[in-house]
Design a protein around this ligand. Sequence first.
Ligand code: BG6
Length: 439
Amino acid sequence: MQTEGGWDADGKGKSVYDIRPATADTSDWKFANDNYHHYTEDFDLMAAEGMNCYRFQISWSRVNPTGDGAWNQAGIDYYSRFIDDLIKRGIQPMICLYHFDMPLALAEKYDGFMDRHVVDAFVRYGKKMIDEFGDRVKYWITFNEQNLYFMPGASVIAGSSKAPHTADTLYTIAHHIMLAHSQVVAYLHKTTHDQIGGMLAYAEFYPATCKPADVQAVRKTDEFLNRDLLDVFVHGHYSNEVLTYVKNHHINMDWQDGDEKILGATTSDFLAFSYYRSSTINSDLIPDDTLVNEWPNKGDQANPYLKTSEWGWQIDPTGFRDVIDKLYDQYGVPIFPIENGIGVREEYNGTQIQDDYRIDYHRAHIQAMEDAMFEDGVPVIGYLGWGLIDILSSHGDMNKRYGMVYVNRTNHDLKDMKRIPKKSYYWFEKVIKSNGADL
Ligand code: BG6
């Protein structure tokens, strides 16, 4: 929804984003960067730069307007052409099945992933996409940043805005989403030779000091927000520490007979993650009785050793290498960083945007990744930046630009949506064509 636009084209149903209005500081979600109508032009830019993999999300309500009803053939045909057009240019598609845009009908009727009916609807949708595209698409992920559903306030991205924000709600949604993930993974493995992986938003966490309580807060945060899910992705069960917490705190996560079996069959062909920054946790800032899932937000403190983007995100390539190393050392499957970049305010005034800060950011992170690969021995499948072309930020703000190609629109003026390569586009071309040797 940050990219596609075409919000009502060719029989698409509404998603929860389509009814969100613009605000003084953000756009609405109807047009995004209008990739729906510009995709061949965008793919030409990717091919000219040398990109050989592109991750995109299928809009669930485009292929199934109510989420659980009849298929919209025009929507399926659209993605079929889209995939063919990528492959024709030597670009391997990676499909993400869900990036926060719940079909509106499922949000209104069932409160999104609070209800197991929506788990079943998602699994039906996932299976259909695998049947349609599994022969052409080799890499899949189910949920974008699956651990975000495990953080308070994130129920909205699961299409759930009615249930009160309690521990029960949080753990129920996270569990339902894991059940949906596991069933789609099982189906993909049964019916194709494609690869599928779990995906997290994996910020590196540091203790604010070497005080044991700070170090413990970091370890527990990692256990609850990362390892609990990674343990299912790779080993098929939740973390013992988290399950003990659920029991001791009488949290109702809607655990039912048969769930253990569904999760138990889960495996990951790779582990994927997004990485933008690291965070620092000061245990003194965390009020007593705060749910562990909330500790990184409550305990967040600026790290004096790192530079910060204008949006307050702390830039840390060393943390990127550590995350790659940790994931592989602990789980032993190939690693795939699939989001990494920096958001900056930029304005085109007729001359090429000189985004040296973006070049510096990617150079440092790719170098860190190469160190993880060649000094630490981690098998890394690839590097997907965020992103090639300017899109709306996750909050709908066109001012926070991540692209190597400028898109000529603002929050409230769609202008001509023209694509204009920035300096980093040409730098990246050189990096890709030298396979990372010429940074
Ligand atoms: C990730 C999301 O959390 O971060 C993207 O998967 C998002 O949707 C990206 O765009 C960067 O965050 P933001 O808020 O700067 O767009």
